[in-house]
Design a protein. Structure first.
Length: 764
C-alpha cells in the first residue's frame, strides 16, 4: 500500500521499530511537522537519518529506508519548546521525496514485505541471539537486564533483533546499518558477532583493570588511566608512546657528533625526562629543551660551491655592479681553497635603500649553495632577542640566531643581519654587545645561547650585515666589519639595471613570452620624471605596472615617452634647484642615508645686534661650520672690517623639516655670506661641497659619488670639491665626470677668485 507522510530529519539519532525516544524540539520547522502530522496524518511521521554530516542536507542525501513513528504524546513547555515522545512502528520503503512546502519535505512510500525464512533456522538464530545477550549481561554486573523480559516474551526474529539493537551501546552509524537492513537473519548474525565483540572487550578491560590494581598504590591513583594504557600496550606487545620517544631521542643523540660534555648534558636531561611525570609542568620544559638541542645541526653542513667562475657568473647575472662585494666573495672562495678552515669575513653593506643590499646577500647564499636566513634588528633594544631566554622562564626560546640555524638545518648558512645602524641601546640592554659575541670570529666558536646553555660553533656562518648610514653603526662592531659602501645608481646605471635585471625578472614573474620594447631614451624619461630614489625599488614597481598595463591593453609592444603619460600616473613636479635672481643664495651638496641631495643655502644680513642666527633644523656640526665661515671672512680682507658692526647674519637651509648635520657645507656657507656682503649673485648652475678651516683650507669630505650624482640629476654644471677627494673620482661614473665641470680646490682663495674677484674688478 502506498501512502505519504511528512519527513522529520534526525541527525546523529536513529529510531527503530518498538523503540521510544523523547525529543525537545526548539526549531519552528520541527514543531510545524509534529502539529501537521497530528492533524492530517493520523499522528504519524516518517523519521529518517541523512547520510551526510552537513547542516543542510539535500534530498539526494536522504536514505531510501525510513521508520514510521507514532506521536505518542506532546507537551508545550514554558520556554517555548515542544517536548514529544515518538515510538517506532515499522520500516517503510521511500519511493520519492517531494517538497510539501518551502521548508518541509513529504515522502511517498509503501510498506515493506519482510522475507520469510525456514522455521528451524530462524529458531536456531533466536536461541543463539538470546544466549549471546544473556552472556553479555552476565559479563558485567553494571549492565541492565531489562532486555531479558523483552527477548523472553518475543518470538518474532524481526522485532527481536530491533529490540536488541536498541539495547546495545552501538554508535549511530552502526544502528543506522541495522535500521536499513531488511533481512532479519542477516541482522541476527551481525548482532551475535557484535555482542561477542563487546563481551571480549569487557573481559579484556576487566583483565587490564586487575593487572593495574596490583601495581597501583594510593599515591598513584592520579596515574590510573596512564597505567591502564601501558598495560594495553604490553598486552599488544608494543612499547608505550613515551618509551618509543625516549628510544628515538637516544638514537638521535648517539648519531650526533658532539663533544663529550654536550652529549653528557643532553643525556642527563633525557634521563631526567624519563622519571618526570607527564602531568608535571617541568616535563614540557625538559622536553622542549631536548627537542631544540637534538634538532640543531651540530654536525651538519651544506656542501659549499667553491667554483669562483660559477659563483661570480651567478652574482653578475642577478646584480649589476657591486664590484667590491663580488671581489670580497671571490677572495673568500680563494682563501677557502687554500685552507678550508679559514674564517668567514663579516661583510657590512652600507648604502641607501633600494640599492640591493638584502637581495645581494640572498644571491650570495644561492651562489655558494648555502641556506639563507634574515634577522632584522632595526629598532631592537633587547639583547635577549639575539641570545635567548633562560629556559626556566615561561615560554622561553633560543635567540634569533639559533632559531635561524635550526630553520636552515645547517651550521654554515648565510645569515643576513639587517639594519644594524637602527639598533637601540637602553635600560633593557645593549644589542650591539650581544651581536659582538655572535660575530667576532675569536669568540663565536663557543657561542652560548642562554636557552641552549651549551657552546655552538658559529664560525662557519657567513654573516652579512646591512646599514643605511655607517656613522650610526655601533663602534663596538665597526672595527670588526668589512665595510663595503654601495652608492646610489646614476640614471644610466638604472637603465642598464632595468634592461638586464628588472624587466627580465618581471617577464618571468608574469610568465610573459612576448616582451615589450622600451628604448633607452624612454627609460631615461621615466627615471627622470617618475622616480626619486637612490636605488631601484620604485623603478621596479613602476615598470611592473607599465608592463601589465601595456600587455592588458593589447597595444603595440613598443613603448615611447607619450605612452608613459597614458599608462602611468602623473609624473613628479621635478624640483630643479634654482637660485633666485638675488645675491646671498647658493647651492650645496649633501649626503644622506637616502643618497646625495642638493641643499639651497640662504643668507640675509641686516642692521641690528651683531650676531649669527641659524635656522633650518641644523645639527651642532653644521652650526660650527657657520661660525668658522664668519670668522674666516672677518679675518681676511674680502670685505671692510666695519661690515659686521651692528649687523645680524641669518643663515637658513631650506627644507626645515629635515634634520641636517655634517662637515661638508663650509665652503657653500662662506660663499653665501660673501655673496650677500658683496651683493654678487652666484649662478644656480654652480654647487659646492667641502668643509672650510679658519685659514681657508678646504677639507676632505665623504659621499662624493652620491653628491656628484645629485648635482648631475639637478642640472648643475660646475661643482667645487676638495682637492683631497681627487682619488675618489675614480668611483664616479664616467658619464657624470664628462657632463660636470669638477673643480678641485685646496683653499678658499681660489674659489673667491673664480666667483667674486672678476665681478669686483668689473664693478670698480
Amino acid at each position: 500500500m502506498d501512502y505519504s507522510l511528512l519527513v522529520m530529519l534526525l541527525k546523529d539519532l536513529v529510531i527503530l521499530p518498538l523503540q521510544e525516544i523523547k525529543l525537545e524540539l526548539k526549531d519552528d520547522i520541527s514543531k510545524k511537522i509534529i502539529k501537521l502530522s497530528d492533524k492530517k496524518y493520523n499522528s504519524r511521521v516518517l523519521v529518517v537519518s541523512p547520510k551526510t554530516e552537513s547542516e543542510d542536507p539535500s534530498i539526494n542525501d536522504l536514505p531510501k529506508i525510513g521508520v514510521v513513528a507514532y506521536i505518542k504524546n506532546k507537551l508545550e513547555l514554558s520556554n517555548g519548546n515542544l517536548r514529544v515522545t515518538l515510538k517506532g512502528e515499522k520500516r517503510s520503503k521511500i519511493i520519492s521525496y517531494e517538497a510539501f512546502s518551502k521548508e518541509i519535505i513529504d515522502a511517498h512510500m509503501h510498506d515493506i514485505v519482510l522475507p520469510k525464512f525456514e522455521e528451524t533456522g530462524e529458531m536456531v538464530l533466536k536461541d543463539k541471539l538470546k544466549e549471546a545477550v544473556i552472556e553479555y549481561i552476565n559479563s558485567d554486573a553494571s549492565i541492565s537486564n531489562s532486555i531479558l523480559k523483552v527477548i523472553n516474551d518475543n518470538d518474532d526474529l524481526n522485532l527481536l533483533t530491533d529490540a536488541i539493537t536498541t539495547f546495545l551501546p552501538l554508535n549511530t552509524y552502526k544502528k543506522l546499518e541495522y535500521m536499513q537492513e531488511l533481512n532479519s537473519e542477516k541482522r541476527a548474525i551481525a548482532l551475535i558477532k557484535d555482542i561477542k565483540t563487546e563481551i571480549k572487550y569487557l573481559q579484556l578491560e576487566e583483565r587490564i583493570d586487575n593487572n593495574v590494581q596490583i601495581h597501583l598504590s594510593k599515591e598513584q591513583e592520579e596515574y590510573y588511566y596512564r597505567e591502564k594504557i601501558k598495560e594495553i600496550e604490553k598486552l599488544l606487545g608494543n612499547k608505550s608512546k613515551e618509551e618509543n620517544e625516549y628510544d628515538e631521542y637516544f638514537d638521535k643523540l648517539s648519531k650526533l657528533d658532539l663533544n663529550d660534555k654536550v652529549k653528557a648534558k643532553i643525556h642527563n636531561e633525557l634521563e631526567k625526562l624519563k622519571v618526570t611525570p607527564v602531568s608535571s609542568p617541568e616535563y614540557s620544559v625538559i622536553r622542549n629543551y631536548i627537542d631544540w638541542t637534538l634538532s640543531l645541526p651540530w654536525d651538519t653542513s651544506s656542501k659549499e660551491n667553491l667554483n669562483t667562475k660559477t659563483v661570480l657568473n651567478a652574482l653578475n647575472k642577478s646584480h649589476y655592479g657591486m664590484t667590491e662585494v663580488k671581489e670580497k666573495i671571490e677572495d673568500y672562495i680563494n682563501g677557502k681553497l687554500i685552507n678550508e678552515n679559514i674564517t668567514s669575513p663579516i661583510i657590512c653593506l652600507v648604502g641607501p635603500p633600494g640599492v640591493g643590499k638584502t637581495t645581494i646577500a640572498n644571491s650570495i647564499a644561492k651562489a655558494l649553495n648555502r641556506e639563507f636566513y634574515k634577522v632584522s634588528v632595526g629598532g631592537l633594544n633587547d639583547a635577549i632577542e639575539l641570545v635567548g631566554n633562560r629556559r626556566t622562564y615561561l615560554g622561553a626560546l633560543p635567540g634569533k640566531i639559533i632559531q635561524g640555524i635550526k630553520k636552515c638545518g645547517t651550521n654554515n648558512p648565510v645569515i643576513l643581519i639587517d639594519e644594524i645602524d637602527k639598533m637601540v641601546k637602553d635600560y633593557k640592554g645593549d644589542p650591539a654587545s650581544a651581536l659582538l659575541d655572535i660575530l667576532d670570529t675569536t669568540q663565536n666558536k663557543t657561542f652560548i645561547d642562554n636557552y641552549i646553555e651549551e657552546p655552538f660553533d658559529l664560525s662557519k656562518v657567513l654573516f652579512i650585515l646591512t646599514a643605511n648610514n655607517k656613522d650610526d653603526i655601533p663602534w663596538t662592531l665597526y672595527d670588526r666589519l668589512d665595510i663595503i659602501e654601495l652608492s646610489s645608481y646614476t640614471a644610466f646605471e638604472k637603465i642598464d639595471i632595468a634592461k638586464k635585471h628588472i624587466l627580465p625578472k618581471i617577464y618571468n614573474e608574469l610568465n610573459i613570452k612576448k616582451k615589450i620594447t622600451i628604448k633607452d631614451e624612454t627609460l631615461l624619461y621615466l627615471i627622470d620624471n617618475w622616480t626619486r630614489e637612490s636605488g631601484v625599488r620604485n623603478l621596479t614597481r613602476i615598470l611592473r605596472t607599465l608592463v601589465i598595463k601595456v600587455i592588458s591593453a593589447n597595444k603595440s609592444m613598443t613603448v615611447n615617452s607619450d605612452d608613459l603619460l597614458k599608462f602611468l600616473k602623473e609624473p613628479f613636479n621635478k624640483d630643479e634647484i634654482k637660485c633666485a635672481n638675488v645675491a646671498g643664495i647658493v647651492n650645496a651638496l649633501a649626503w644622506t642615508p637616502m643618497g646625495g641631495v642638493p641643499i639651497k643655502i640662504e643668507c640675509a644680513i641686516y642692521n641690528g645686534e651683531e650676531k649669527v642666527i641659524v635656522t633650518g633644523s641644523l645639527g651642532d656640526t653644521l652650526k660650527e661650520s657657520i661660525y668658522v665661515a664668519t670668522s674666516y671672512i672677518k679675518e681676511n680682507d674680502y670685505v671692510s672690517g666695519t661690515t659686521f658692526f651692528n649687523r645680524t647674519i641669518h643663515i637658513h637651509l631650506l627644507d626645515g623639516a629635515t634634520k641636517k648635520d655634517g662637515p661638508s657645507c663650509g665652503i657653500a656657507i662662506t660663499t653665501a655670506i660673501l655673496s650677500k656682503l658683496l651683493d654678487i649673485k652666484v649662478s644656480d648652475k654652480i654647487s659646492f661641497t667641502g668643509e672650510i678651516g679658519l685659514k681657508g683650507d678646504i677639507l676632505r669630505i665623504g659621499g662624493l659619488k652620491e653628491k656628484l650624482i645629485a648635482a648631475y640629476n639637478n642640472n648643475i654644471e660646475t661643482v667645487y670639491i676638495p682637492e683631497d677627494n681627487k682619488k675618489d673620482l675614480k668611483d664616479v661614473p664616467s658619464q657624470i665626470k664628462e657632463k660636470l665641470n669638477i673643480k678641485l680646490v685646496s683653499n678658499y682663495e681660489s674659489i673667491f677668485k673664480d666667483i667674486f674677484a672678476k665681478e669686483i674688478k668689473n664693478t670698480k
